[in-house]
Design a protein around this ligand. Structure first.
Ligand code: GDP
Length: 131
């Protein structure tokens, strides 16, 4: 998911370009906007964390791009491509280092397991929207 900060800052094209050049195949893609309720559902695992309210408000503040990406070893390779949660700690050349503003407004989300990738793909896309 390309987050609202990166969308507002005009980075969606640069981010998709970097993802494709890194060997990921786009199987589904959508421009959409999360309601506060849907953002809260997506990040429910964090609902006891002190930043949850801020996270939900930010993630529902503007449009996002959701995608299903395919590649061998996709979850691990994508986490490497996007870099550390806090862009100040992200490696040079990673998406968060290049495009993120802060730990909260950090440009992009990537699933942290194959199981969550399936859940998150199903959250955004019907069977008719994936190829
Ligand atoms: P990720 O898997 O690298 O996205 O990181 P996490 O699963 O730990 O956190 C989910 C998201 O919550 C992050 O991508 C941030 O957008 C947000 N987040 C994490 N830590 C903080 C924090 O300390 N402050 C704020 N405002 N947001 C945070």
């Amino acid at each position: 998911m390309i987050k609202p900060d990166a969308m507002a800052n005009g980075h969606s094209g640069g981010i998709l370009d970097q993802i494709i050049k890194a060997g990921f195949h786009i199987r589904a893609l959508k421009l959409t906007k999360l309601s506060a309720e849907k953002a809260g559902e997506f990040y429910a695992v964090h609902n006891q964390r002190p930043f949850y309210g801020e996270l939900v408000e930010f993630m529902s503040s503007g449009p996002i791009i959701a995608a299903i990406l395919e590649k061998s070893n996709a979850v691990e390779d994508f986490r490497k491509l996007i870099g550390a949660t806090n862009p100040a700690q992200a490696e040079e050349g990673t998406i968060r280092k290049r495009f993120a503003e802060s730990i909260g407004r950090n440009a992009i989300h990537g699933s942290d397991s194959d199981e969550n990738a399936k859940i998150e793909g199903d959250f955004f896309f019907s069977g008719l929207e994936r190829f």
